[in-house]
Design a protein around this ligand. Structure first.
Ligand code: ATP
Length: 297
């Protein structure tokens, strides 16, 4: 009996693990919209990040060959700089993040990190060095602790708690019925938009990547929560190279540089003040948004 049930139990738990892993992968792929065609080149080496310089060099890309989205886009993020990408809806801002993470390969030009073409390095090393805080953090059907540690199996409880404290979610978690062991996600406790964002921030802090992509939340958070989260995202960016995909302009006025996209090309770049003084597209987007915000208030 023992000889039969033991392997069956073992298989049962293995089956559960595999199934959970597939569920996670599925959610991850859904989250990242990763197609299967991007693979490591033979002999690909690990990415070596020194300062974290990011260069988009005449990048061309379209999801569909008939419809180009980026048409020779060039810009540079110097090590430790915070660069915001703005432009009207559908201009290709989020696409920039997806290309840097190599969910898709560029069809022309190149993206380089510290001089290395990202097509030449292993995806594992690329993904390990880039943190993404997406618009909407997807929670896995597991404990809140697991959700924070996601992607870093070696994290200790002390490290998880330190990340949660920095993301200002630790006190909230401690008030939950089972603390870090509380089940969250679709089948567990539903977290609010702001709480989910904080789990996403804690997850990224724990990963501690030298490069960050912040795809700003478009979902409405209340003003106070939003201001707090902006501050936490800002703090997290210190000492890292950051690309902020900005869907609204109010949050990126203090970026080191703002890149304005239109029709797949860079049409302006500079600081907020310089771009306002220029009186071009950015100034137009800014005054339109300020008017809209005033009307909504
Ligand atoms: P927004 O500010 O509205 O989020 P965005 O500037 O971030 O817009 P992207 O998400 O980069 O825009 O999309 C650029 C264009 O590419 C859009 O026209 C969009 O419809 C198209 N697009 C985005 N994702 C895909 C996809 N997976 N397959 C096909 N087309 C896509």
């Amino acid at each position: 009996m023992i000889q039969i049930t033991t392997p069956l139990n073992f298989l049962g738990s293995m089956y559960r693990d595999i199934r959970q892993a597939l569920v996670d992968m599925d959610e991850m792929f859904h989250l990242l919209e990763q197609p299967a065609e991007v693979t490591d080149r033979p002999g690909a080496k690990p990415l070596e990040v020194l300062g974290g310089e990011i260069v988009f060099d005449r990048v061309e890309f379209g999801y569909d060959p008939e419809r180009p989205i980026l048409k020779g886009l060039s810009f540079r993020v110097a090590p430790g700089q915070r660069v915001a990408v703005v432009g009207s809806s559908g201009a290709g801002k989020s696409t920039i993040g997806r290309l840097l993470f190599r969910f898709y390969d560029v069809t022309g030009g190149a993206i380089r990190i510290d001089g290395q073409d990202i097509r030449e390095v292993t995806q594992e090393s690329l993904h390990a060095r880039i943190g993404v805080v997406p618009q909407d953090t997807v929670l896995f059907n597991d404990t809140v602790g697991y959700n924070i540690a996601y992607g870093r199996d070696s994290a200790t409880q002390a490290e998880i708690e330190a990340a949660a404290k920095a993301a200002h979610i630790h006190d909230f978690i401690m008030r939950l019925p089972q603390g870090y062991q509380t089940q969250v996600g679709e089948r567990g406790l539903k977290l609010s938009g702001g709480e989910k964002q904080r789990v996403g921030i804690a997850r990224t802090l724990l990963k501690d990547p030298p490069i960050l992509i912040l795809d700003e939340a478009t979902s409405a958070l209340d003003t106070a929560t939003e201001a707090d989260i902006q501050e936490e995202l800002h703090d997290m960016g210190q000492g890292r190279s950051v690309i902020v995909i900005a869907h609204r302009l109010s949050t990126i006025a203090d970026a080191d540089r703002i890149v304005v996209l239109e029709d797949g090309r860079l049409i302006e770049e500079g600081t907020h003040d310089a771009l306002l003084a220029r009186g071009g597209r950015y100034a137009e987007l800014w005054s339109r948004q300020t008017r809209e915000e005033e009307m909504a208030a």
